[in-house]
Write a protein that binds this ligand. Structure first.
Ligand SMILES: [Zn+2]
Ligand SMILES: [Zn+2]
Length: 185
C-alpha cells in the first residue's frame, strides 16, 4: 500500500490492518513468510505514522499466525509471531548514508541502518516495509517445543512418540572397537 506522505495528517495516521480485509497486507505476510503462512492464518497489524519534519516515523506491530516446520522432528506446527516495527523513514537524498555512498566511502552496516529506511519521491510502500521487517524477524531455527527429541537418525521414528527399537545400537560408534577388544580379552 502506497502511503502519500503529504496525506499523513498533522496529528498522525492510525492504521488497523486485517489480513482478511486488506489483500495487500495478506500478500505482504505470505510473501515474507512463504511456506510458513497458510490460508486461514490470521494476521493483524497496528500502525501509527507520524510526520517529523521531512521524516516519517513508522511504528507498530504485526501479529500473525504461522506454521513453521520443527527443525528437529520436521513436523509442521501452529505458531504465532509478533513483530514490533519501529522505523524512521528519511528522504533518500537527504540521508547521510546516501551521500556517503555517492562519495564512494565505504559504509559499514551499523545497527542503526536497520532502524532507518528511506523513501524516494513523495510516497512509500508500507507493504514493502512489513515484508522486510517480518523477514528480519524470522527465527533461524524453530522447535515445536523446547525439548523436542527429534527423529531417530537410524529409523526415522519420531522420538517424541516414544523410543524406537534401534535404541540399543545407537551407542557412540567410536566405542565399538573398544567393546570388541574387551570381548576378545
Ligand atoms: Zn519437533
Ligand atoms: Zn530408531
Amino acid at each position: 500500500m502506497e502511503i502519500i506522505i503529504k496525506e499523513i495528517p498533522e496529528e498522525g495516521m492510525q492504521l488497523h490492518l486485517d489480513s482478511k480485509k486488506d489483500g495487500w497486507f495478506r500478500q505482504a505476510l505470505s510473501d515474507s513468510l512463504s511456506d510458513l503462512y497458510k490460508t486461514g492464518d490470521k494476521g493483524e497489524g497496528e500502525f501509527e505514522l507520524l510526520r517529523i519534519g521531512v521524516n516519517v516515523d513508522c511504528s507498530g506491530v504485526v501479529d500473525c499466525d504461522c506454521h513453521p516446520t520443527c527443525c528437529r522432528c520436521l513436523k509442521v506446527f501452529p505458531s504465532h509471531m509478533e513483530v514490533p516495527i519501529h522505523l524512521t523513514l528519511a528522504p533518500l537524498y537527504e540521508s547521510e548514508r546516501q551521500l556517503k555512498l555517492e562519495q564512494k566511502d565505504e559504509v559499514a552496516l551499523v545497527k542503526d541502518d536497520l532502524e532507518f529506511s528511506y523513501y524516494e519521491g513523495d510516497d512509500f510502500n508500507l507493504g514493502g516495509i512489513i515484508r522486510e521487517q517480518v523477514i528480519l524477524a524470522l527465527p533461524l531455527q524453530t522447535l515445536c517445543k523446547k525439548n523436542c527429541k527429534g527423529l531417530c537418525q537410524r529409523c526415522g521414528k519420531d522420538l517424541n512418540e516414544g523410543p524406537c527399537d534401534c535404541k540399543q545400537e545407537q551407542a557412540d560408534p567410536r566405542w565399538r572397537p573398544l567393546k570388541a577388544f574387551k570381548a576378545k580379552r
